[in-house]
Structure formats: C-alpha cells, structure tokens
Design a protein around this ligand. Structure first.
Ligand SMILES: *Cc1c(COP(=O)(O)O)cnc(C)c1O
Length: 463
C-alpha cells in the first residue's frame, strides 16, 4: 500500500458511508465497461484514452471542464436500436437529452427519427437537415409559433397534449392548408423509475390526458372529428431510467384498451402506438440495463399479445430513447482543484466545474461514478465527494465515490455517463462558461459545441 498524500483524511474503514457504496471497488484504476463509453481504455502509461486520444492531451487542447463524446459509440448505439426494432418500428431519439447539429446529422445518417420539444430544438433539427417528416414535436404548452413552424415544415407528427391544443393545431393546419399527422399523449396511471414501477400512479401531472377519467377517449373523439388532423396513434411515456419492462407491460395493456374502445366506438383502428422513452443506463457498476434487442423483443411481444387479446391488428410501434443512446457515450473531464479531508467524514474533492455542467445530482439525487484518469494509482481508496466550484453547498457532482488517497491538485478526473441531460441542462450559474462538447473518433477530436467565452456573456448582457 502506498503512502497517502493526505494522512489526515478519512479512510473508508473509518467512516460509515451514508450513500451508495458499502465498500470501495476492488480496483480503483479499472474503467468498468458498463459505465464508460465504448472506446475508453488506458494506454501503456495508465492515462485514459477515448477514440485513441489520451485525456492529458485532450485537456491541453480543449481545456477543462469538457465533455468528450465517443462518436463511434453514439453511432453504434443508434444502429443497435434501429436493428433491434427493425423496419416495422420507429426509433425516435429524444433530442432533449443532448442536441447539436452534428448529432442531428449522425442520427440522420444512422436512420433514426428525432423528437423535439421546443422551437429551438426544432430549429436545430431543421438546420442540420433532418427531414421534417422524421421529426416529432412534443410539449405540454407549445406556442402558436412553434406549432405553425412545425406544421408549415411538415413534421411527421405532433403529439397533442391538451384539449386546447387539439383545436389549436387543427386551426393552424387549416389556415396553412395542411392535414397534420398527430398522436394523443395519454397518462396511463403507470409511473416507472429505475427498479420500481407503480401501476396505480395518480395522473396528477402536467403531461398528457388521463385514461382513467375518460379524457383520453374524449380527446380521441374530438381529434377524429377534425378534418385537418390525421390522428395516427396514442402516445405514452411512463418515466425515466427504467430497467425492466413490467411498467411498459401495464402501460401497453391500458393503451391497447383505449385502442379497442376507439375501434368499438368509432370503427377506427389507430395504426400507431408510441411507448415513449425512459430506458435506463449504467451510471455506476451496480446498474444493469437491458440491451436494445432485449427491450425491442419484450415490447413487441407485449404489444402483440395485448392486440391479439383485443382482436386488433398490431399497430406500428415507436420508442423514444434519449438517455439510452447518448448518456453512456460521453464523460466529463475535470481538473482537480482543492482536496479537503474532513476528519472522520470524507474528503471533498473540488473540480473546475460543478452544478453548472451537471445539475442532475443536485436536482434528482442522481448517482455517478468517477475515476482518476490522468494516471493510475496504487494508493488506498479514499471516501470522497466530488464537488463543484459554485456558491452553493448542494453543488455536488458525485455524492459518494472512492478515489485514490494520493489524489492531488492538477490530477484529471472524469465522470462517465454524462452524455444525457448534462450539457443540455447546463447553466451559466455564477457566470460559469458552459463547457464544450468534443466528439472523438478514430484518433481525431472535433469540437461540436464550443466552450462559452466571456464575450458570449457580454453579448447577452447589453449594459
Ligand atoms: C424525456 C422524454 C423521452 C426520453 O427520455 P429518456 O429517459 O432520455 O429516454 C422520450 N419521450 C418523451 C415524451 C420524453 O418526455
């Protein structure tokens, strides 16, 4: 065991970790395949690499903090989802997880469709050449301008989320001389997060129209009566970071129940069913997500079985993974600043970013892992908390982590699985300059979203 640089710091055996870990991992230098992007490894000197480039050089060239995105992994995940579902189903990437023009082009090339939920996301999709018919527009409060643009451009579907919107989209389509394909978003009373799901969740939320109270069926009736709307299906999205398909099973059962009711009352069989996104990824080595082909098989079996039971033709299925595609493909690289051992507690490791580049820990109590990547170390594990540099004690990036006890200012550490909902939720809190996103592939690194500069701050602050 090597000498600790912080002899006063707590060792894991001295404290009772209050969080995720009961013991440190066997090998602090290992980069667990489940949480790191596909091409991440270590070179002969122990420096971590991605796409063939070492993080020390990447940090010198692009600075820290920065997100490094493994393009090969991203494309492989797109292909895995598409191949798993085949030609009889549609995969929509949920753009809110992370969207840039480069990402839109990759999605286009890999044959995926794209969900957007704002005018800005729609503009990004169109600017990068995604064909409008492969775009779906979501949102519980779409503006008139957003709807007009979507209808004018000819988006493949608008997912209707309220009675007012049914009328609003119909009016806009009529005004523009179009017939708009739409789905209706319903809430099925199922809520799924991680390992648990609740089949009797209340429908007390802003999205969708409740099935149980009959509002979903009423929405279908109204949409079917409007000639400028082409109602093609029902949409349900039940949660996030879901690891098994039992929640989808209950949701599909209830949605198919509605399809049957629609057939019985209106003589119409709606041809599409969208089961939403929310598929889980590994943030720590304890998470064990299903592969796309397992999910595809389970979902199509569930829908087929339900439809056979209801005497309905099997509709075309679509799914909307966001996190499951982009989440695992990126890590955030930070430089260690201060290292502060608190006697009997833990060591606070401060990095040059924080809640401005990853709000998920503060917002959702999300769990992450972290590794020393600029070198390996044989030092003993040190119970740590990785925190940012913001003026907020809740500014935590990784709540419970073991890092080597010889960790020192200037070391580079990386937090894996930050591809989803980190850059897209990044803020300028404390006038932080939002980090760049650098795509790495085959020994080449390319900035796809550049780092903000002080000039960017002053461009908006007009004095
Ligand atoms: C957020 C969202 C998704 C994507 O969720 P992930 O957890 O990123 O897979 C898909 N569909 C809808 C309607 C959403 O709101």
């Amino acid at each position: 065991m090597s000498r600790s640089a912080h002899p006063a710091g707590p060792r894991y055996a001295d404290v009772i970790p209050e969080g995720h870990y009961s013991a440190p991992p066997a090998d602090l230098n290992a980069l667990d395949r489940r949480v790191w992007a596909r091409t991440v490894g270590r070179d002969a000197d122990g420096v971590a690499t991605v796409g063939g480039l070492d993080v020390q050089r990447l940090a010198e060239e692009f600075g820290t903090p920065a997100y490094f995105l493994d393009e090969e992994d991203f494309r492989a995940r797109c292909r895995a989802w598409r191949e798993a579902f085949g030609d009889g189903a549609d995969v929509f990437y949920a753009g809110k997880a992370f969207l840039s023009r480069a990402v839109v082009r990759w999605l286009h090339e890999e044959g995926l469709n794209l969900d957007v939920c704002s005018g800005g996301e729609l503009a990004t999709a169109l600017a990068a050449g995604m064909p409008a018919e492969r775009i779906a527009l979501h949102g519980n409060n779409k503006s008139t301008e957003e709807i007009e643009r979507a209808v004018r451009e000819g988006v493949g579907r608008i997912v209707l989320d309220s009675f007012q919107e049914i009328v609003r989209v119909a009016h806009i389509a009529e005004k523009l001389g179009k017939r708009q394909r739409v789905q209706i978003r319903v809430t099925v009373g199922v809520e799924a997060h991680t390992h648990e799901f609740i089949a009797t969740a209340h429908e007390d939320q802003k999205f969708g129209l409740p099935l149980a109270a009959g509002q979903a069926a009423e929405a279908v009736s109204r949409a079917l009566r409007l000639e400028h709307l082409e109602l093609v299906g029902i949409h349900s999205h039940i949660g996030s970071q879901i690891f098994d398909t039992s929640g989808f099973e209950v949701a599909a059962h209830r949605v198919v129940g509605l399809l049957k009711q629609v057939r019985d009352e209106h003589g119409v069989e709606l041809p599409e069913i969208d089961l939403g996104g929310g598929l889980g990824i590994a943030y720590t080595a304890d998470d064990d997500p299903r592969e796309p082909h397992e999910i595809a098989k389970a979902l199509s079996e569930i829908v087929t079985r339900e439809c056979e039971g209801a005497g309905l033709a099997v509709p075309r299925i679509s799914v909307e993974p966001g996190r499951a595609i982009v989440g695992p493909t990126a890590f955030t690289l930070y430089e260690v600043g201060t290292v502060k051992p608190l006697q009997g507690l833990r060591t606070y490791v401060s990095v040059d970013g924080g809640m401005s580049d990853n709000i998920r820990t503060a917002l959702y109590d999300a769990e992450y892992s972290v590794a020393l990547v600029s070198r390996t170390s044989d030092a003993e594990p040190m119970l740590s908390r990785v925190v940012g540099k913001h003026c907020e004690s809740g500014d935590i990036v990784v709540r419970d982590a073991f890092l080597p006890a010889d960790l020192a200012p200037g070391d580079l550490i990386a937090v894996p699985a930050t591809g989803a909902y980190c850059r897209s939720m990044a803020s300028n809190y404390n006038h932080a300059l939002r980090p760049p996103v650098v795509a790495v592939k085959d020994g080449e690194a390319r900035v796809i979203v550049r780092r903000e500069t002080e000039e960017d701050l002053f461009r908006l602050d007009v004095g």
